[in-house]
Design a protein around this ligand. Structure first.
Ligand code: IMP
Length: 198
């Protein structure tokens, strides 16, 4: 497989580091929108994680002329019929902490056995010649009734992974990346690249 240059369609530093680690190991280069002086902030109007990831990747590919990678992710809670889902980042105004508190409030009457949830991530890559790759990763867990741990971001402190006996906020970052929705979607993407690239 020949080495390629990808642009990450996100301004999130953590996503950039994660993508660099995975694609860098395969010999590819990953640059940010800022590094290329590219502005790409399309409206995320999709109904699914896959649609939103594709919207972001298509926009960055058009703006930069480079193969563009984007991810879209969120938390699906079974007792809330899949909410906050694609609206996870905008569940309410305010901070990550405010969104966690709203989630706990909306689940205050949900018994332990019914607090199942999953993080989902879709990774999309759009090439200048029009080819598109989309992969998905999921990580199953349970929503606690209070926060545990201080690492990570977003809903990590209330997302408990039974197999690890820890929340995402308690896991060391390398371990979270290995088992997380985004880590799995990126690993699947790296495998697809190996199969699809000439
Ligand atoms: P986006 O993918 O950048 O549009 O944002 C997805 C939103 O889902 C984030 O703002 C978080 O609220 C939530 N989210 C996605 N992945 C994670 C994660 O690994 N931990 C905690 N929250 C996450």
């Amino acid at each position: 497989m020949r080495a390629m240059k990808f642009i990450l369609a996100s301004n999130n530093q953590k996503k950039l580091l994660e993508l660099r680690a995975i694609l860098g190991a395969l010999g590819h280069e990953v640059v940010s929108l800022a590094q290329c002086g590219v502005v790409s902030e399309p409206e995320e109007t999709g109904q699914t994680f896959e649609e939103n990831a594709l919207i972001k990747a298509r926009s960055a590919c058009r703006a930069s002329g480079l193969a563009a990678v984007a991810d879209d992710s969120g938390l699906e809670v079974d007792a809330l019929h899949g909410a906050p889902g694609v609206h996870s980042a905008r569940y309410c105004e305010g901070t990550d902490e405010d969104r966690v508190q709203l989630l706990l409030h909306n689940m205050k009457n949900v018994p332990e056995a019914q607090r199942t949830a999953r993080f989902v991530s879709a990774v999309a890559c759009v090439f200048p010649d029009g080819r598109e790759i989309v992969t998905r990763g999921q990580c199953e867990g349970v929503i606690l009734t209070q926060c545990r741990g201080s690492g990570g971001f977003g809903y990590d402190p209330v997302f408990y992974v039974p197999a690890e006996e820890m929340t995402f906020a308690q896991l060391p970052p390398e371990r979270k990346n290995a088992i997380s929705h985004r880590g799995k979607a990126l690993q699947a993407f790296a495998r697809r690249l190996g199969e699809d690239l000439p």
